[in-house]
Design a protein around this ligand. Structure first.
Ligand code: HEM
Length: 373
């Protein structure tokens, strides 16, 4: 996978594809993309919430030492060759110099004396081309909510459509470690049933901001009771601690942008637009696949039923015929508001998993000549 910045990309590509390129590489596909934008194609601000890597080991990874949500993340959750949130080293390729002497240029594996670490300072990169039906999205919001279409869409995302991406949670400034942006400094402890931000909203599903202990009032007795499991409601323990399932994300939009108003009246057909979704993770299944399957796609997430992620869900019925295409918004007074028959707004067009080597690993890879049969 090759990528580059702005106008220099064409000349860089030509340089890389010089004399010997075809001996080693073959172009499989060229993905369309525009520059990184602040807004994704439905029109919402993106790239606001991101975990902060704990480069200086400020935070302990000891199990159950962190009651509350923290945005600081152990290095090994993103960079290979370092300890992760479990205090272990994530799986990555290690090489015995006895078998391959060229590997001596690689750093030592901290946890396996005698082995060289091909992964250190590298990461795994996940890429998905996600096509977004922007016309379908805004027409559905218009049909369901008329002039309140932006509020309905915001409830599905969990943030307003404004430039700041203002969160729906109103208790901001919670002093969460690793968050500088005041508008991102919140968790969902004050909104347990989702009156402010529905539990099914995309950002709440993708990062429920839970700590190691279920949320509850402060104080020693409350903490002890929760630790021993007294007084818990079934849904309190349904979402695992988020620190094991974080993603470092970056999206690039492709296709032309449409405003909500243009999307509603547009007559264009077959235009494709969406996101080239990219994220980095130390463990693809525990991080990316878990978030996608257990949190986004699962219609029984956190005590909910019949609804998967309102933005990403595929809307398929479960094997027993139960629906997954609804979106429920609890109201502080009165019954919850249900939106039914959500169409599919996002379709996966393709994707891949990549190993992104560190600089010494890259240097080592260039020394390899023939690969044994
Ligand atoms: C076309 C598809 C998608 C759209 C339109 C979309 C849109 C958004 C938007 C508008 C935000 C809020 C901005 C922010 O907090 O940074 C967001 C946050 C996020 N999204 Fe997505 N997203 C898409 C796909 C995905 C996928 C496939 C995943 C992972 C499997 C994902 C995971 C996340 C996460 C982890 C956050 C941050 C939540 C937080 O920390 O509060 N998104 N997304």
């Amino acid at each position: 996978m090759m990528y580059g910045r702005g106008n220099n990309f064409a000349s860089w590509k030509q340089e890389v594809q010089g004399e010997h390129f075809s001996n080693a590489f073959q172009i499989i596909s060229e993905l369309p993309t525009s520059n990184i934008l602040d807004k994704e194609p439905f029109g919402f601000s993106d790239g606001i919430s991101q975990p902060k890597i704990d480069w200086d080991n400020q935070q302990s990874t000891e199990i159950h030492t962190r009651d509350r949500y923290s945005n600081l993340l152990a290095k090994g959750e993103v960079v290979l060759g370092y300890k992760n949130e479990y205090g272990y080293y994530t799986d990555r390729p290690l090489i015995n110099v006895g078998v391959d002497p060229q590997a001596c240029i690689l750093p030592d594996a901290e946890d396996k004396p005698g082995l060289k670490d091909l992964g250190r300072n590298g990461s795994y990169l996940i890429c998905r081309q996600l096509s977004q039906d922007v016309q379908g999205f805004w027409r559905f919001m218009q049909e369901q909510a008329g002039d309140n279409r932006e509020q309905l869409a915001a409830a599905m995302v969990g943030r307003q459509l404004d430039d700041k991406g203002t969160p729906l949670i109103t208790e901001l400034g919670q002093n969460i470690p690793g968050i500088e942006n005041k508008d991102n400094n919140f968790n969902y402890d004050q909104d347990p049933v989702g009156n402010q931000c529905p539990i099914s909203a995309h950002i709440r599903r993708s990062n429920p901001r839970t700590g190691d202990l279920s949320a509850g009032p402060p104080g020693l007795i409350s903490r002890l009771k929760r630790k021993l499991g007294f007084g818990l409601k079934p849904e309190d323990d349904l979402v695992t601690s988020t620190r094991y399932h974080r993603l470092l994300r970056r999206g690039r939009a492709y296709g032309t942008m449409l405003s909500p108003e243009q999307a509603i009246v547009s007559k264009e057909k077959n235009a494709d637009r969406g996101l080239q979704f990219i994220c980095l993770a130390g463990n693809i299944s525990r991080q990316f696949e878990f978030v996608q399957n257990a949190w986004n796609d699962n219609s029984k997430f956190s005590g909910l039923q019949q609804q998967s992620d309102p933005i990403l869900g595929n809307r398929h019925k479960l094997l027993d015929g139960e629906a997954s295409n609804q979106f429920h918004q609890p109201q502080a007074a009165g019954p919850q508001h249900k939106t039914c028959q959500l169409p599919q707004f996002v379709t996966v067009r393709g994707g891949g998993y990549f190993f992104m080597p560190g600089l010494r690993a890259l240097q080592y890879l260039t020394t390899l000549t023939d690969v044994p049969e």
